[in-house]
Design a protein around this ligand. Structure first.
Ligand code: SF4
Length: 213
């Protein structure tokens, strides 16, 4: 197993045109890794996608919001049929996002996480928000399959839970981006906890605060 520690690096030789001495655990020491990865971008299936997504950064730098970037990217990729896999907790946001996409000329196919309406008990989920009551399970596999059936060209994930998003990515075969992630505590802005990790969120970021079973 190889270990990499870019998050602890202070050299950032990767961002310099002329590279200096690489840190001992730098991924760039593995030439085969870097060269074989680079070769993937020239594949037909990736080339336009990669270049377009990279150029979006410069075209709307600090001007286009994430949602605008998604639309500009989709337009340049000739994606017309957009899938929206969203969480029930963000259903109002999903309605607004779908409206904005439609107003900008896209077809929007949307599937909510609770589709199927299957009780969590049936899936073996023990810890529920409301124990002893019917609670529909989230169904990211069905979301992925439904959007596949609908033939979406590009998908947007909006507010799926930790792990449910992973399953959606596992089961979809369509390129997918994320508009927002689920974070019930921070208004779906998980970096708020990171920015305040030495302040208001300090104790809530510790797994030994008594809130972990
Ligand atoms: S790639 Fe190398 S130089 Fe860049 S952050 Fe990682 S360890 Fe540092």
């Amino acid at each position: 197993m190889t270990n990499y520690y870019c998050a602890q690096c202070t050299h950032y030789e990767c961002s310099k045109e002329v590279k200096g001495e690489l840190p001992p655990s730098c991924p760039m020491r593995d030439k085969d890794l870097i060269e074989s990865s680079f070769a993937e971008y020239s594949k037909e299936e990736n080339r336009k996608f990669y270049i377009t997504s990279s150029e979006i950064e410069a075209l709307g730098y600090c001007q286009w919001t994430r949602l605008r970037e998604i639309m500009e990217f989709s337009f340049r990729m000739n994606y017309h049929r957009i899938g929206l896999a969203f969480c029930r907790g963000l259903r109002n946001e999903a309605r607004t996002v779908a409206k904005i996409l439609k107003e900008n000329g896209f077809d929007v196919i949307s599937v909510i996480c609770k589709t199927g309406g299957i009780d969590k008990d049936k899936a073996g989920i023990v810890h529920k928000v409301h124990p002893c009551e019917y609670e529909p399970m989230c169904n990211p596999v069905a979301q992925a399959k439904a959007l596949e059936k609908a033939g979406t060209e590009f998908n947007i994930v909006l507010g799926l839970c930790v792990g449910h998003d992973s399953l959606f990515f596992k089961y979809t075969h369509t390129m997918t981006t994320v508009l927002a992630v689920k974070d019930r505590v921070t208004g779906h802005n998980p970096l708020a906890a990171v920015y305040n990790s030495e302040g208001y969120f300090k104790t809530r970021l510790r797994m030994d605060d008594g809130k972990t079973e």
